[in-house]
Design a protein around this ligand. Sequence first.
Ligand SMILES: O=C(O)CCC(=O)C(=O)O
Length: 301
Amino acid sequence: MLKDKLARGLKVLTDRRYRQFYAQRQILSVPSREQSANRLASRLPGFEGGSETSQAAVLKDRGYLFLDNLISADQLRDMRAFFSTNKCADPYRPALGEFIAPGEAPPQTHVAFFSNETIVRAPHVLAIANNPKVLSIVSGFLGAKPTISLLTAWWSMPHSDGKAEEAERFHRDVDDIRFVKLFCYLTDVDEVSGPHMFVPGSQNIDRLTKIRRYDDSEIVDAFGKNSLSMFTGKAGTAFLENTYGFHRGVPPTEKPRLLFQVLYSLRNSIYGPDRPVARIGTDGVPAGIDSFINRVYLSPR
Ligand SMILES: O=C(O)CCC(=O)C(=O)O
């Protein structure tokens, strides 16, 4: 515990990302977060492609927006094959080491994530994350040119204890003062294969702002019994979500779920790689990709 605190203190002293990250987490009121985000966004570069405003307004209001036909059948097939043959790991049980999921996942594993280096080699992830329509809606939402601060993919596994842990319990993400995530289901997701749940509107409501995990009953008490939405859909289903709003991944009971996710934020977050893991124009990374938006993962040519 003390060792963790010291390590965090050192990071805060030596790494600006950590100072910014923990500073914005002190701002708990929704209106204050909004004001602070507006001030920051006004100082950042704009998105040259032009920001989409009407869909961004829906995203701001409801907290989520489904995107049709973002991923083609061929892309899905390639991504699924890649994530079924490359190793991932259980972040909460590091002693289990790396394994191929879903086949070799240990029974106690709830979620198994791919490393930054693996993700960036995965087919189509950069193309999807840099889809012009997505960037245009995201920049309209953020009020500035986005930063891709985390690319991630993970398997959610039916597990032996049947309980909800970590992100399987309701929480707000507080990853930056303003951010939004793109969720892409790479497997079919129904009630028994780990659907995502969200409380539409909660991202704008100044209630339960203490940063912790919450029980379903607390969410129902605070937002009402009809406040919870469950997102099911075929492989290829994609949606943007402001995960400052309450959300959780329901633990799968029968079938695993594979998800690819992109975090777009105003600033670099502490969750991405410490330095870029590939170079624009080499290793299959397209030369035309925006070096500002992708600077966390990719160094310029
Ligand atoms: O697995 C899920 O659907 C929830 C993911 C989550 O909590 C997050 O991405 O912040």
